[in-house]
Write a protein that binds this ligand. Structure first.
Ligand code: KG4
Ligand code: ZN
Length: 340
């Protein structure tokens, strides 16, 4: 079974072909980061228009690289939500129209299900069950992943996502959007433990997160030292921010492993690229004897491959692809609605 995947929920247009027997055949991605950087964040209308421009050329290169034609495709999976409504509508309209024209069935996919299953695309895939720490610009969740369609939300952020907190703090430190990776590089030159920022909800007793207070603490520190704009000061603040957020993410992940009794942790999402997060988790994994998987970065961030994969696995698990033509997206779509 050959599944075409289409992702357009935010600022990345992703297309991919996943074959149930041969695995991922090809994928193509266009990131809009450079376009939105000028505005300091994602501009939804610009995102939608850019998806329209990119989707057909990306489809062409995906087919070409796989040596396939549209006639070979058995089903079209696309992200139905959650995400920006206009951006989702582009992918949905494209997939449904293509399905209608080719007389191929379509399957709407939950974006977070794509992220949760994305580690299966990596060279060193984890086996089920595992705990997933999903840390991206839009999401921060701990999930128990027991199999395809079998997910349990263990905890999530009550306000900002981890990546959002990185980006907002980076902005306060004068770094351009999206500043997460830049803040992390700056932090590496900072003095360890120079400032102690709060560790929000570290002892809340549950697996939820809250990061908006941390960002406010950065703002206060910057304001209190307004006369000191030196690189060294900014590096120390970046360091303190990173120490705080990494400690919370790591301790809650350990707690999730303990609570579920599982010994595999998967880190997905752009913040998973953070070096301090990785080295702290690696140290803990050695000490506490659990395995930690980091999918390749191209599958950590938004991409079409995870949508094609999730669609294919869903179909193999008995989900029904529907005749194309229904036109609906779900910008807000709780993952819990997928549970049986
Ligand atoms: O998964 P992703 O593409 O998110 C969404 O599309 O939502 O991840 C992007 C997020 C951004 O917030 C970015 O600043 C953050 O991941 N990020 C990092 C690093 N690299 C990317 N945050 C911390 N450290 C990094 N090295
Ligand atoms: Zn995502």
């Amino acid at each position: 079974m050959l599944v075409l995947g289409v992702e357009s929920s935010c600022d990345e247009t992703g297309l991919a072909l996943y074959d149930s027997a041969a695995g991922l055949l090809s994928h193509a991605l266009h990131s809009q980061v450079a376009m939105h950087a000028e505005y300091g964040g994602v501009v939804p209308e610009l995102a939608s228009r850019d998806h329209i421009r990119r989707v057909v050329p990306l489809l062409r290169s995906t087919l070409e690289n796989a040596g396939k034609s549209l006639a070979d495709v058995d089903a079209i999976a696309y992200t139905r939500g959650p995400g920006l409504s206009g951006a989702l509508l582009v992918g949905c309209a494209f997939a449904e129209a293509l399905g209608l024209a080719l007389d191929k069935p379509t399957l709407p996919v939950h974006h977070l299900e794509g992220h949760l299953l994305s580690p299966l695309l990596s060279a060193d895939p984890p086996t089920f069950p595992f705990v997933a720490l999903l840390v991206s610009g839009g999401h921060t969740q701990l999930m128990r992943v027991s199999g395809v369609g079998d997910y349990e939300l263990l905890g999530e952020t009550l306000d900002d996502a981890a990546g959002e907190a990185f980006d907002k703090s980076a902005k306060l430190l004068g770094l351009p959007y999206p500043g997460g990776a830049l803040l992390s590089r700056l932090a590496e030159t900072g003095t360890p433990e120079r400032y102690a920022l709060p560790r929000p909800m570290l002892h809340s007793g549950d697996l939820n997160f809250s990061f908006s207070g941390l960002k406010t603490a950065v703002l206060t520190l910057v304001r209190e030292n307004a006369e000191d704009a030196s690189e060294a000061f900014r590096a120390d603040v970046a360091r303190a921010f990173q120490e705080a957020i990494v400690e919370v993410l790591v301790k809650k992940s350990l707690k999730a492993l303990k609570q579920t009794g599982l010994q595999r942790l998967v880190v997905a999402g752009g913040v998973g690229a953070n070096r301090q997060l990785r080295s702290t988790l690696d140290d803990e994994a050695k000490r506490k004897r659990f395995r930690v998987h980091y999918p390749e970065l191209e599958f950590c961030t938004d991409n079409g491959a995870m949508i094609a994969l999730a669609g294919c696995l869903r179909l193999q698990a008995g989900a029904e692809a529907k005749p194309a033509g229904s036109f609906a997206v779900q910008p807000r779509w709780p993952l819990a609605e997928l549970m049986r």
